[in-house]
Design a protein around this ligand. Sequence first.
Ligand code: UGA
Ligand code: MN
Length: 353
Amino acid sequence: MEELDRFQPNKLQKCNKPHSAVMGWQEWVAGAEKVFQISNMSRQKRVIMAVIIFGSFIYIVLTQAVHILGGAPGEPVHPEIRKFCSSASRKNVNIEYEDSNLPVIYVVTPTYRRPEMVAELTRLGQTLTMVKRIHWIVAEDSHTCSPPITSLLDRLGLSYTHLASPMPEVYRREKYVPRGVSNRRAALQWVQENGEDTGVLYFLDDDNAIDIRLFNEMRLTQTVSMWPVGLIGEYTVSSPVVKGNQVVGFYDGWPAGRKFQVDMAGFAVNIGYLKKQKKVTMPYIAGHEEDGFLKSLNLNLKDIEVKADGCTNILVWHTRTAKNPSRTLRLAHHQATNIKPLTDNMRKMGMIK
Ligand code: UGA
Ligand code: MN
């Protein structure tokens, strides 16, 4: 009750002091005069002081404004680290097989070091060698370029670019980590700077399996094309809902307030269209990377091109490989057998420590 009484108006009226805000201001000025002895100051000193106070105020306002405007959700505050590893055009191929009139498909695969990495990239890379006019961008979540990836890319003979861009530490500490975003963003920048306008951008994670017929579907994309992805979430599929060959919504077990409820492997973008957009981005927000990216393309549902027989076929799956722990082996008895060079090779591939 005592607490409440203090805030009753009649108690306030009894108080002879003027309104508290005014009083606070007057006291503050009086205090400042006392401390700084403003009335005794020369005119010059007063001007300098006014300039310092006003300057500080402007500085605070401006830095806050930059922070608020520049700090859109999921946008990095610090510069990202991006490293170019290597690049090559297609070799080991019968030139007749390549058709230079076909638009190039830029396939972006983020990856990171773990026991399964080389297995995943070998499977995916060998699938890509069966497809015409592919440029594979392998973007590592790492400060450095992994030698087994370099030699795999060299062996495959595909047209490729190898990049490295580590996830900023601040995101690695989050509860839900935005996986593969720093490296996809690095690839996105590369495509915006080097991709042919007629080409198409496709994000294909390293734990997906793809039917090469999907590349025929996406190759002539004019804006953004979409199709179902198998083995996703609650419904075992994520697909656009199509009526009269138009996308009218999404069938996905995790709506999460997303405008575009799609998986990363469920769409492709025309590069000329991409380059025309003002601020293309992929946010560092786990689960919202696809939606954030597609929103940044200023896309309307009616602009989406429907593929895979009106979104009735599955041509790509989020298979996910079982995770294997990275072991340290004991090899005391095998220094002179094949097991020694075998495990040395496994170590080079990142399969063991
Ligand atoms: C799912 C989606 O398939 C991703 O496209 C999406 O980015 C992610 O959710 C998310 O919402 O954050 P998920 O299967 O959970 O991905 O994650 P992973 O398959 O482990 O990672 C996605 C890609 O990023 C893979 O290509 C993976 O190699 C790469 N990755 C993963 C990194 O580059 N760094 C990591 O630390 C982890
Ligand atoms: Mn995955």
